[in-house]
Structures are given as C-alpha cells and as structure tokens.
Write a protein that binds this ligand. Structure first.
Ligand code: FAD
Length: 830
C-alpha cells in the first residue's frame, strides 16, 4: 500500500490550556515503511519516502486566489475537503450563493457547506495556508484573520479579528476576509506589522506568528495609535509557546503611543528609554554588555492611510442589499439565515431542535470535539431585533445576538456618561468581560449564546443573575419576560426555554444609589481561560444606613448550573454590614456551597474556600464604599485594603542583556550579534511552508488515532462496526496488524506503539482509522467503541511498594554488609 497518509489525533483538548493534540497532528507518512522523522516548525513530519503515490497536483501558491469564474468551474482534489466527501461538483439543490471577498477578490460559492469553517476553506480551497490550524478550538489564535463588514444600521465599517477555525463559512455573506498573505509578502513588500515582528526576533518556530500579525493588524486598522493596554488586550487570544512574548511585545510596542520601557529593571544604572531607541546605556565598566537587539531605524514607517481599502463592490453590495433570507445545504446540515424575526420564529417552530448559531464558539466545539450533528442551523445575524441595543428607563437592552465586544463597547460608553451609582452592574459585566476568552472570541460570541449555553462556569450568567436581568423569550405565538433567577436554569446546560422558543434580548438594569455590585473570576490562568469559580454579588442597603435590604450572591462552578446562595442571602437580609454579618455569611455559605468529593473538575476544597474568599473580598469592597458614602461602618484595616483592589496587570516591561561584540569586529562577522531568524520574514507573511501546508497528494489518505479514554484499564473489546459504516473509511489498524515489533521507546523499548490489551494513560494510542479525508478519519475514530475493565491505578510510592510495582531491573549500589552495619550501630534513624 503506497498511499500517502496524513495523521491527526481524534481527541479534543482542554479549552484555554494552549495547543492540544491537534497541534501535534499533521504527520504525513506512507504506509508500509518506517521513514525517518524530522521536526519542522512545531509539527512532526514523516517524509513520504518512496511510498508516496505519483505526482502531486499543482499546488495553489500561497497568496494566489481562484477568482469567481474559477470557483464555478474548478474542483481540484481539495474539493474533497470542502464537502467532506469526494469532489462534489454539483450545486446542492436549493442552496443560495454565498458571496464574500478575500483580499479584495470576489468569491461566489455555490456549495457552501454549513459544517465547513473559514479555515478549511482558506487552506484547502484557496490554498492560503498562511493561516494556521493550531488548537482548532479558538484557544490559541494561530488561525486569526481579520473580517470586515459594512454595517448598514450604523453606516460604519467594522474590522475585527476572529478565529478562522471556528468561523462558519456560511456566516461570511457580504464579508471581506483578510489573511496574513493579504497584507504583505517577501516578494512584494512586508507590512510593517510583519516586518517588525521578524526584525525584533518575535518569530522563532513561526507557527503562531501569522495569528499574532493579524491580531496586531486588526488592532491597527481600528486604532492606528494604540496604547500598550490595547495591544495586550488584542493579544489575549494569541498563544506563543516557543519564541516567548518579550520580543513580540518589544517589536510591537513601537506602534504604541506609550511604548513601555524596562522601568529601570534591567540594569542598576538607568532606564532603557534614556538612551534613545529604547536602547539601554551601558556603563563604562560594562562595555562587554549590550541590550540593543534591534534598531527601530531599520523599520519601515507605519502609514495607516496606505492600508488595503474595503472592496468598493462589496460596499455597494452591502449598501444596496435588500435583505433576503439565505439557505445553504450540506451533507449533514442545513444553514438557514432568515431576515425577519417572524420568519426566524416560524423556522424555530418548524424545526424545534434546530441550533441557533451566532459566534459558533460553543456549537463549533460540540460539533468538532463532541461528535454532535445539528441537521438544522438557524443564524439570526440578519435579524434587527436580535442585534439591536436600546437604552430604556430601567437599563440597557441587548439583542441576544449582540457580540460580547459590542456589548462591552456600549457598556463602556454608558459608564462614561452616567453617574457612577447607576453603573455598578455594568462595571461588573465589564470586569467579567476583561477576562472572558480572547478578543477573537469576544468579537463573535453573542451574549445570548453565553446565556443559552447555560454552562455552570459561564462568566456572565452569575452577574446577570445577581443583577436580576430580564430576558425576553419568544415563539411564533407570542413573547414572555422572565427574570434570570435560580429557576431559569433547570439543569446542566438546560433552561426554561421551550423548544420552539428563542431568546430575543436581555435587559441589564441600572443600579440604584444604595446598591453595590462586584464580579469575580478565578481561573488557573488569568487570561483566556475557563473559570474554576466565578461569582457575582449585589447588595442594596436601606438609604443612609448599613442595613441590608436586598442581597444576591451568585456562583458559577459550584453546581451543575449557576446558582444563587439563597439561604445565606435570606439570613443576612435586615442585618448590619459588619464583622458579625461576615462571620454569619461565612458559616452559612460553607454549609450552603458544598460539593460532592467526586464532582467533575475536582479541587473541591479549593472551590469551597473560594466561595468564602470571594465573599470576603466583596464584604471589604462594600465596607469601603459605604465608608466613602459617609455611612457609619467599621474601617477597612490597612492590611486588608489590597483585597478591595481589582487585579489589573501592569504594562509589561523587559530588557535583555547580552555580551557585546567587541569594537572593531567586522560587520560581516555575525558571531555574537542578534541576527534575525532567517525564515522570520516568510513566517510573518505566511509564506513559510509547514508540514500541514504541503499541497495535497492525489489519493492521499488520512490516519486518525483512536486513543484511550481511561487512565488504567484492560481492553475488553473494540467494536469498529459503527465506524465502518461511516463514509470514506478505508481500514483500521490495531496492535495485531503490526507484523514486526510493537515495542518502542527512546532508549529502552518498554512502550508499545499501539496498546496491546491494556492502557496506562488517557490518550494511550490504541489504534487508528484510515480514511479519505481528515474529517472522515476523525469522525470514524470517534465512532469506534471500546469496552474497558478499569484497573486499580498505582499513584503513590506506598501503593507502588504494596503492589510490588517497580521499574525493572532493580538496581542497587551496595558496599559492605548494611544489615550487619545497622545491627551494630548505636542509633538507627528511620
Ligand atoms: P453559539 O455557539 O453560536 O451558540 C451557543 C448556544 O446558544 C447554542 O446552543 C445555541 O443554540 C444557543 N443560542 C444562541 N443564541 C440563542 C438565542 N437567541 N435563542 C436561543 N438559543 C440561542 N465562556 C465563558 O463564560 N467565559 C470564557 O472565558 C469563555 N472562554 C471561551 C474561550 C474559547 C476559546 C471558546 C471557544 C469559548 C469560550 N467560552 C467562554 C464559551 C463561549 O464563548 C460563550 O458561551 C459564548 O458566549 C457563546 O456564544 P456564541 O454566539 O458563540 O454561541
């Protein structure tokens, strides 16, 4: 069998924890040989060797685009990817044309597949492989591209960074897409954003570079003179795992107005900014050391007026657009994009199980990693009622499809115009948004999506619940308004909404004069991470006193739904805000906020403790605010004041000191000089070719790994029958299929290539599926059913001794007779 195979892992990774197994995927190999491996740009490549089949089809050059007419007629091998089946040249009956622009060129797609992401389309259909597939779940930012659309209701152009790996292709009607290839190239000219990251040594393996470039580019398109804080915010959703953030930020702070500096941290005698160009002055004694890794004089100036314009044709299409519904059919799913609320409600009534999709940041994960299939998708992005913002007497009403970025912008503006006592709830929402995912996610994720996902660790639902937000729900027969309280969430990821109902809007109320609101999120990592415990608290006092009139304490991460600590709140109502109340609150909360020892997520004691410590922070914060209002309360002790401060990181500053090249050394002698990575420019423009960017081979097959879901177990049976019935499956490979040795290992061959009867960790490779597309291989791998008999794990040293579980052979160093020595000793310490 001599067909080339690409390997990918079937499992999903933990969100927000960096690159997962998918990152390691993309190994091109040929069956029947054991070729040598080489490491390349963060991906492992196994060279095709002699086993590869025939000549490769003509690659699409990075940056080259097929035009409208080409799109209509041409289906290359890459068409397989597009539809998830072998080339399908026919327009699916009833599908509308999807019109969008990539780098100013119009694309009319007649076979838009509702399950296809923008990333797959860019990489496989257009050959634009500069945008990378990293984690595939919106967590690493390697796939960042910029979308631009003309908003008819505001008559404004909107540019925003998104994760192409989650962006549904069908959501791009009348959108302009800009990828890293569209802003500059080595042959043409690098964009300053590309040039500076390269020259500042901010690109090493380069896999994250295109994403970082595009996040910076999108920021500059919206704000040509950003502050350091804007830049940090723009990078919240971009991970770098080899270069390190210092050189990236060093290079990019040259775009900012308040550029940051070393803060005199690097050297005893001075700050890097005192010597021009951010270069630290070296003292007389330290002539051997230097800090200048690059010179800003080498950088091309940044001129925001020279940016690529929004396609004029798209502008007139958008302006002249008579809104009309869209429908796209795929193999497994249908995308319906109605243009009126009435039509939307009618469709939801007709398809009660349809998924409403806005940002796809939840649904996309479910489809990719949880094997979910949603035959009918309803997209409300054309519906004015779901996208509007209204200021009412009681608060601000956001349509359910408003993105989190938009909501944040509106709330920030409102906070600036209203008296502070009216904006306590808004500030709490803004504080949660600060730590909510990365900007690419917030730019597309909707507020309604967060509520309706009903995740127990949602960051916003606790605030909405503590603030008593009102939700408008609607079906084709009418609407109802419900308050977000503990009856709204009826179970794990369930709400009171009936199947034909949709969420139309949420009203976030103004706060009252004597009301204080706070929100907290505790997660393993500050930015772009899921919560361990999240909380929001609201207290209202009888005017002029510290007597609690109303109290709502809402927690996420403490049950299967967001919960209200009602018992505690009831006990504290009518009490004075002081030490006694604190004691009572802590003991009641400890009783009320319990967790089963086997609860998913673990960390039971930590989570329970957090509920109390977060309340303590709230207690002190409120005490301080009451004091500021002149209410007679205990003073916050000076050693506790820091607990009332919200954590906002300082602007990062850095300096790197290295040995200077002695004066007089030839400029051609590179030894000791900070030389730019030779491929950095290609990496920054997306032209560097990584393993997964290699054009597809004719008849190429894909291999997806079947991995263990148990930590320590005996494999009882492997059932491939369901997987065999799936389209595109070619064969399966298990330990029995290995003719030679199944043993492997770096020095000692004490591991198996494929698990043989027993697994010893989650992720242990049991076998593999070979199929015609990556998607088919992944789907089939997930459909393989494995029965396990769980075995007792050996975790501690004591357990290992008891089980006589030792690494063999046991090696000992012995001199003399220790037993006799101990017997003769006066004292024996054990
Ligand atoms: P979609 O995926 O489009 O839809 C989600 C669900 O809501 C679907 O079931 C859909 O049917 C339903 N729905 C949407 N709108 C309506 C409506 N109008 N009526 C009825 N049902 C509706 N969440 C956090 O709380 N905090 C985080 O820090 C966080 N970080 C994340 C990081 C990453 C990398 C990712 C991928 C997700 C993260 N999330 C986080 C989860 C997610 O981003 C949010 O829940 C988001 O608000 C969902 O919005 P969406 O528009 O993308 O939802």
């Amino acid at each position: 069998m001599g067909r080339a195979i690409r390997v990918s892992w079937a499992g999903g990774g933990g969100r927000g924890f960096g690159l997962n197994r998918n990152t390691l995927g993309a190994v091109v190999c040929s069956l029947g040989s054991r070729p040598g491996r080489e490491k390349q740009g963060g991906e492992r490549r196994v060279s095709p060797g002699a086993g590869g089949l025939g000549p490769a089809p003509e690659p699409h050059q990075p940056g080259s685009l097929k035009t409208e007419s080409m799109e209509r007629t041409e289906r290359s091998t890459s068409g397989r990817e597009m539809n998830g089946t072998m080339a399908d040249t026919k327009t699916r009956s009833g599908s509308d044309e999807l019109i969008f622009f990539v780098h100013g060129k119009k694309i009319v797609e007649k076979n838009a597949d509702p399950e296809m992401t923008l990333l797959t389309y860019l990489r496989r259909k257009l050959g634009l492989t500069g945008t990378k597939l990293g984690c595939a779940e919106g967590g690493c930012g390697a796939c960042t591209v910029m979308l631009s659309r003309f908003q008819t209701h505001t008559q404004q152009l909107l540019h925003y960074a998104v994760n192409a790996c989650l962006a549904p292709l069908c959501s791009l009607h009348l959108v302009a897409v800009t990828t890293v290839e569209g802003i500059g190239s080595v042959a043409r000219k690098l964009h300053p954003v590309q040039e500076r990251i390269a020259k500042a040594h901010g690109s090493q393996c380069g896999f994250c570079t295109p994403g970082i470039v595009m996040s910076m580019y999108a920021l500059l398109r919206n704000n040509p003179t950003p502050k350091m804080a804007d830049m940090e915010e723009a990078f919240q959703g971009n991970l770098c795992r080899c270069t390190g953030y210092r050189p990236i930020l060093e290079g990019y702070k040259t775009f900012t107005v308040n550029g940051g500096c070393c803060g005199s941290r690097g050297r005893e005698n001075g700050c890097c900014m005192t010597n021009g160009n951010g270069v630290e002055k070296t003292s007389e004694e330290d002539v051997d050391e230097t800090t200048a890794l690059f010179s800003t004089t080498d950088f091309a100036p940044f001129d925001p007026t020279q940016e690529v314009i929004f396609p004029p044709e798209l502008m007139s299409l958008s302006k002249g657009q008579r809104s009309h519904s869209l429908c796209f059919h795929g193999d497994r799913a249908m995308w319906l994009q109605p243009d009126t609320l009435e039509e939307f409600l009618r469709l939801k009534w007709k398809h009660p199980d349809a998924r409403v999709v806005v940002g796809n940041t939840e649904v996309g994960i479910e489809v990719k990693f949880k094997n979910m299939v949603y035959p009918v998708i309803l997209a409300p992005s054309f519906i004015p009622e779901l996208n509007s913002v209204t200021h009412t007497e009681d608060g601000v009403v956001f349509g359910a499809a408003c993105t989190l970025s938009h909501m944040g912008a509106v709330l920030r503006q409102t906070v600036e115009t209203l008296p502070p006592h009216r904006t306590e709830v808004f500030l709490a929402v803004l504080e949660q948004l600060r730590w909510f995912a990365g900007q690419q996610i917030r730019n597309v994720a909707a507020v309604g999506g967060n509520i309706m996902t009903a995740s127990p660790i949602s960051d916003l639902n606790p605030v909405f619940m503590a603030a008593g937000c009102k939700l408008t729900l609607m079906d084709k027969d009418g609407s109802r308004v419900v308050q977000m309280d503990d009856s709204f969430f009826t179970g794990y990821r369930r709400t009171v909404l009936r199947p034909p109902e949709i969420l139309v809007s949420i009203e976030i109320p103004y706060s009252q004069k004597t009301q204080f609101v706070s929100a907290f999120k505790q997660s393993p990592r500050r930015e772009d991470d899921i919560s361990i415990v999240t909380a929001a608290m609201s207290v209202t006092f009888t005017p002029g006193t510290n007597i609690v009139e109303d109290l709502r304490l809402s927690y996420g991460g403490m049950a299967a739904t967001t919960v209200l600590a009602k018992r505690t709140a009831n006990r504290l109502r009518g009490r004075c805000w002081g030490e006694e109340l604190l004691q009572e609150a802590c003991s009641t909360l400890a009783e009320e906020m319990t967790l089963d020892p086997s609860v998913p997520g673990g960390m039971v004691t930590y989570r329970r403790t957090l509920t109390l410590s977060l309340f303590y922070k709230f207690y002190l914060t409120v005490l301080q605010k009451l004091q500021q209002q002149g209410v007679n309360v205990e003073e916050v002790k000076s050693d506790c004041v820091s607990a009332t401060e919200l954590y906002h990181p300082q602007t990062p500053s850095s300096v790197q000191i290295y040995q200077a090249v002695p004066k007089g050394r030839s400029q051609d002698d590179v030894l000791g000089r900070p030389m730019m990575h030779l491929s950095a420019m290609k990496q920054a423009t997306g032209e560097a070719v990584y393993c997964d960017d290699v054009p597809l081979y004719e008849n190429e097959l894909y291999l997806s790994l079947i991995t263990s879901s148990k930590a320590h177990a005996r494999i009882i049976s492997v059932d491939t029958s369901a997987a065999e019935r799936l389209p595109g499956v070619v064969c399966f490979v298990f330990a029995d299929d290995i003719h030679g040795s199944n043993a492997t290992g770096p020095v000692v061959y004490d591991e198996s290539v494929l698990a043989d009867g027993q697994v010893t960790c989650v992720g242990h490779i049991i076998g593999a599926v070979v199929a015609d597309t990556q998607l088919h291989a992944q789907r089939a791998a997930k459909a393989v059913k494995i029965q396990y008999e769980e075995l007792q794990p050996v975790v501690t040293i004591q357990e290992a001794i008891a089980a006589q579980s030792f690494y063999q052979p046991i090696r000992t160093i012995q001199k003399g007779d220790p037993e006799a020595g101990f017997k003769q000793a006066d004292h024996v310490l054990e």
